[in-house]
Ligand binder design. Structure first.
Ligand SMILES: C[S@@+](CC[C@H](N)C(=O)[O-])C[C@H]1O[C@@H](n2cnc3c(N)ncnc32)[C@H](O)[C@@H]1O
Length: 325
């Protein structure tokens, strides 16, 4: 699972989760929610097809499919062990989940887990001819030797016309400029949104410290192995990951979109502007980095006041990212 995402409040919650399993992974699921919906102020994935690259054991994408009514969700991971676990837990219409989860599972969602290399997606036969509205890669990009190849392939062969690619990861500050240029090379994709969420990730790691520590103790009693795990386990506060965030690295969420789709939106927006001068202001902010504007979004079965809280915090984070640690 990923490092987690927390609001900058005492509890850090963005989602009031109900099931025991979901609550245990509160911050990791919040990261998925933030990347799929929160950053875009959307409330649902209804009718959308979602592909999760480097999905791990599949809990994140299964949560999205279940809670936000994606029409189809596919998770891909290199590790056969992770995929087997994901299939055991979440496939067959999400039937094999815990009793708690079954109650809130969405019968509309179809979910599939495939073993495959994100850098060789052409080899994953099941993907042939498929197009996705949302392609996510959460804390997977740093594992890839040639992430540009993955993004090129997704853009050419797997992304629907108005689809978005969401990349979330920790990036070395020295590499950010080059990576952003690579995202937009050949002018096929543009960065539609970018948010530095280092504060939210570090806060999640702090709040998750006890759980991470228990997990480490469960895995090993050996002091040396414990030290190594503490250093590298994503959720361990005072781990290498925690320490370098904000100093040498930033944790960033990028939303990429096909240039052609953005041009189309711009064109229709300016046509619209001619007719309805007033309403174009919102669409301008759509193209900016960290626009910080806030539209309410609904969480299934949740109230709007909760959503407002989330939006306000996103703005707070944006204003904080310029500060030093
Ligand atoms: C830090 S985990 C993130 C898992 C998940 N996205 C999440 O946020 O919970 C990184 C995952 O990437 C997978 N991975 C690494 N290299 C990969 C590759 N080339 N293709 C597909 N998956 C890969 C690993 O097996 C691991 O499950």
């Amino acid at each position: 699972m990923n490092c987690g995402y927390a609001l900058l409040t005492q509890s850090g919650e963005t989602l009031p989760l109900s099931t025991r399993g979901d609550k245990l992974q509160q911050f990791q699921l919040q990261m998925y929610h933030y990347a799929a919906l929160g950053i875009k102020f959307q409330g649902s994935l209804a009718g959308k097809k979602v592909l999760d690259l480097c999905c791990g054991r599949g809990g994140g994408v299964a949560f999205l499919a279940k809670q936000y009514e994606a029409a189809e969700a596919v998770g891909i991971d290199f590790s056969a062990h992770q995929i087997n676990t994901a299939q055991d837990l979440f496939t067959n219409g999400l039937e094999k989940e815990t009793e708690d989860n079954q109650a809130s599972s969405s019968p509309q969602s179809s979910i599939q887990f495939l073993q495959g290399d994100a850098e060789k997606l052409h080899q994953v036969e099941e993907l042939n001819g498929k197009r996705f509205d949302l392609v996510m890669c959460i804390e997977g990009m740093h594992c890839l030797g040639n992430p540009t190849a993955m993004i090129d392939y997704v853009q050419k062969h797997l992304l629907a016309d108005n689809g978005q690619i969401v990349i979330v990861d920790s990036f070395d500050k020295c590499d950010i400029e080059r990576i952003e240029a690579n995202f937009q090379k050949d002018k096929k994709l543009i960065i539609q949104k970018k948010e530095v969420i280092t504060f939210n990730v570090k806060h999640a790691m702090q709040l998750d410290k006890t759980r991470a520590e228990k997990l480490i103790q469960r895995i090993t009693g050996n002091k040396v192995v414990t030290r190594i795990l503490r250093n590298f386990l994503a959720s361990g506060e005072e781990s290498k990951t925690y320490d370098e965030l904000g100093k040498t690295h930033e944790y960033i969420c990028y939303v990429l979109m096909k240039k052609s789709a953005v041009d189309l939106r711009k064109t229709s927006s300016s046509l619209y502007q001619g007719q309805q001068e007033q309403q174009t202001q919102g669409s301008n902010s759509y193209f900016g980095f960290s626009a910080g504007h806030h539209q309410p979004f609904n969480i299934r079965n949740q109230s709007n006041s909760f959503s407002s809280n989330y939006g306000a915090s996103a703005n707070l984070v944006n204003s904080q990212t310029a500060q030093t640690y």
